[in-house]
Design a protein around this ligand. Structure first.
Ligand code: FE2
Length: 378
């Protein structure tokens, strides 16, 4: 086994960026997103999603044949909203914007549509805009909060380690129950024009790139972006962009209490016959403990705990893109985490190259970064 496969890629701050690495330039923001409020979905039938979400640990607020609203145990009135429709698809995301963000600017300059308070879980006001791939983005202000729901105490408040035994005469017994989701954490988008998509979101939401990964030619191809919450710590990433060969929802992630919630929740989801994808493991960039699942229509959805948080003043770090840098330990990452080589995608690549939207050289570099097995011993 070559020892080189066991090292982790070096990460350098923006201020010490090597000359061959191109920085991800951040355009001036129009406003500032302070919370990822909820994700919006269209499903042909809502009943399988309702059943899955209950087992996944969300609380159903309301469910009719036309609309499903679910929340976590936190103070957000909704974190998952699905409408019944003719397709199964990720529709987009809603963000809470800072009070000093001028929503009228988005209406003026991006042709945004004012939202009705009755259409927003928790009410308030908002604007709907479309991202460059046609996904909906709802920018909200004045949404009401709800009373948090009770959870058990986190198990890791009582850790025993070789140097400190804080749990004495007290066994650790966590219940076999769905991993109660506390809040919505992040979502990941694959995109053909990485730079344009990342910069569009950075400008619209005021995102801060926490970690950027680049190809062998030094061009950025992946950005983990956090919200600008000033001195209040924000998740390592709330929106992630990955340069790929299609415009695609990759996955979304929901925070649970601790590693025992992940493990016990996995037992419940397995027992209920849901399709497991990947985990448990720990990520490198963001450090989350993770467990990935497929929802009833095959969309990837993640449970996580114990992620990194950063204040707004921490500078962006850069590292080379490798498949192995997705995770620190755990089972081998599934191939679905990288662009698939299905006949449909090969045709798509051919069309993108012919249309001048994808350069063969970039495709080659992407393959060199992601194709080699990251952990040959798995
Ligand atoms: Fe994730």
């Amino acid at each position: 086994m070559p020892a080189t496969t066991l090292h982790q890629p070096e990460s350098v701050p923006h201020s010490r960026l090597p000359a061959h690495v191109q920085p991800l330039e951040c355009p001036a923001p129009w406003g500032r997103a302070v919370e990822l409020a909820f994700l919006m979905w269209e499903k042909k039938s809502l009943a399988p999603t309702e059943r899955f979400l209950r087992d996944f640990g969300l609380q159903i607020v309301s469910c009719t044949e036309r609309k499903l609203v679910a929340r976590g145990c936190g103070a957000a009135p909704a974190i998952y909203v699905a409408q019944q429709g003719s397709d199964n698809r990720f529709v987009g995301a809603a963000f809470v914007m800072s009070d000093d963000t001028d929503l009228a600017q988005y209406q003026r300059e991006l042709g945004g549509r004012a939202l009705q308070a009755s259409d927003i879980p928790g009410g308030g006001r908002g604007v709907e805009i479309l991202d460059p791939a046609g996904r909906k983005l709802w920018l909200l202000q004045g949404q009401a909060r709800v009373a948090p729901l009770p959870t058990r105490d986190p198990a890791h408040t009582l850790p025993n380690n070789p140097y400190a035994t804080v749990r004495v005469n007290q066994p650790l017994r966590t219940p076999v129950e769905p991993a109660r989701v506390i809040r919505l954490g992040h979502f990941v988008l694959q995109t053909v024009d990485f730079m344009a998509m990342a910069q569009w979101y950075i400008r619209v939401l005021g995102l801060i790139p926490t970690d950027v990964q680049y190809l062998a030619d030094g061009s950025p191809n992946l950005a983990f972006c956090r919200l600008n919450r000033g001195d209040t710590p924000a998740d390592h990433h709330t929106v992630v962009f990955v340069g790929a060969i299609e415009e695609k929802y990759e996955h979304s992630a929901f925070e649970v209490l601790d590693i025992d919630a992940l493990g016990q929740g996995q037992q419940v989801l397995r027992a209920q016959g849901h399709r497991h994808m990947w985990g448990l493991g720990r990520h490198v960039l963001g450090s989350q403990l993770f467990d990935y699942w497929y929802d009833p229509e095959g969309f990837e959805i993640e449970h996580y705990a114990d992620g990194d948080v950063f204040t707004a003043d921490v500078e962006t770090c850069y590292s080379p893109l490798t498949f192995g840098s997705i995770w620190a330990w755990g089972q081998d990452a599934p191939a679905s985490m990288k662009p698939s080589k299905s006949p449909r995608n090969l045709l798509r690549v051919f069309q993108l190259i012919r249309a001048g939207r994808l350069k063969p050289q970039r495709l080659k570099l992407l393959g060199e970064a992601l194709d080699p097995p990251a952990r040959p011993w798995l």
